[in-house]
Design a protein around this ligand. Structure first.
Ligand SMILES: Nc1ncnc2c1ncn2[C@@H]1O[C@H](COP(=O)(O)OP(=O)(O)OP(=O)(O)O)[C@@H](O)[C@H]1O
Length: 322
């Protein structure tokens, strides 16, 4: 890692007193490959300590955006700041960990050697002990001395994660980090992402595993055909909450009470009420019981990110959060 530069301002105070710049800021990114427009005016921000999910169908432009952020692909238009610096600035780049979508490490090197090489390439100093810890963290402790050429896809992906994280980055960009991992490996990565967030590390995560994104991400940007189709916090995107009930003996007064709480759909003994706020659920249940309804099940819920994503992609836009 390069030395920290002194950044005094005109009044003699340190810039360190200012709030930190966002981990990622990009504006108006555009990229064409020959006659095909891959990315068309993409702008978004990832704040410090935030886990941001990048979602979208195959060919939506996710990897192209990531490569432009990292300076691996030159944008036709648009600007990028990583950690408040131009993406090409070595100061920024040494503080960014990156796991590429498709990568092959030198097959003749061992896992420990790959990690050592990448620490040197990052200009960082990481003690042997910490490198061993990172290999253990990704489940490769007993394969440290084995050549990478003999690793399975999942083991290579685990090693890639250790490479991305070992130098203590402030921002981590992960392009489909769990595509080759078994369920246990995916759960480990989820825990890892949450522990990065606890330490204030920002994460940009490109993944097709929507359940994974829903569990770990604070905010989501959905790309479609090179454009931002929707973006926002999970609460903003999934907003509408529902209450699913199984009820018997629902008389007219109880039906009116349900209708007063929100739009009701029902079939047999199943009732779904669209709610603005789930704090009202105990009152609804108490009132129903008071009106002689037998309550068999009460399940608060809201639409899943998968349902919302499909809805946005099918209709081509998000009404509230473009
Ligand atoms: N080097 C390249 N040369 C030509 N076209 C490219 C190149 N890289 C990407 N593209 C095109 O740009 C578009 C966006 O591709 P990109 O890889 O960014 O999508 P993606 O959202 O990451 O897709 P996936 O989910 O399948 O990984 C696609 O139409 C792709 O064919």
């Amino acid at each position: 890692m390069s030395a920290t530069t002194a950044r005094p301002d005109a009044a003699g105070e340190s810039f360190a007193d200012l709030p930190p710049s966002p981990a990622v800021w990009c504006s108006g990114l555009r990229k064409r490959y020959r006659r095909r427009t891959a990315v068309d005016g993409v702008s978004f921000t990832v704040e410090r300590g935030e886990v941001m999910g990048l979602l979208g169908p195959n060919g939506a432009g996710k990897t192209s955006v990531i490569k432009m952020l990292l300076g691996l692909v030159r944008p036709d238009a648009g600007e990028v700041l990583l950690l408040g610096r131009p993406g090409s600035d070595p100061f920024a780049r040494t503080r960014v960990g990156y796991l590429p979508e498709l990568f092959r490490y030198q097959p003749w090197l061992t896992a420990a050697e790959v990690l050592k090489l990448h620490v040197r390439l990052a200009g960082a100093t990481v003690p042997d002990e910490r490198r061993r810890e990172y290999l253990a963290m990704v489940g490769l402790a007993d394969r440290a001395g084995d050549r990478v050429g003999g690793f399975s896809k999942g083991m290579q992906q685990r090693l890639g994660l250790a490479v991305a994280l070992v130098a203590g980055p402030e921002l981590v960009i992960l392009d489909e980090p769990t595509s080759a991992l078994d369920p246990l490996g995916r759960a480990d990565v989820r825990d890892l992402l949450l522990s990065l967030k606890d330490r204030g590390v920002a994460v940009l995560l490109n993944s097709h595993l929507i359940g994974e994104v829903e569990r770990v991400c604070d905010r989501v940007v959905i790309l479609d055909k090179g454009r931002v189709a929707a973006s926002g916090t999970l609460a903003e995107l999934l907003g509408q909450r529902e209450l699913r009930l199984r009820l018997d003996e629902v008389g007219p007064a109880a039906a009116a009470r349900l209708a007063a709480a929100g739009q009701v759909t029902s079939g047999g003994d199943a009732y779904t009420v669209a709610l603005q706020d789930d704090a009202v659920i105990p009152d609804i249940v108490a009132d129903l019981v008071g009106l002689g309804v037998r309550v068999h099940a009460v399940e608060p819920g809201r639409i899943s990110l998968e349902e919302r994503l499909l809805d946005i992609l099918r209709t081509g836009h998000s009404e509230e959060h473009r």
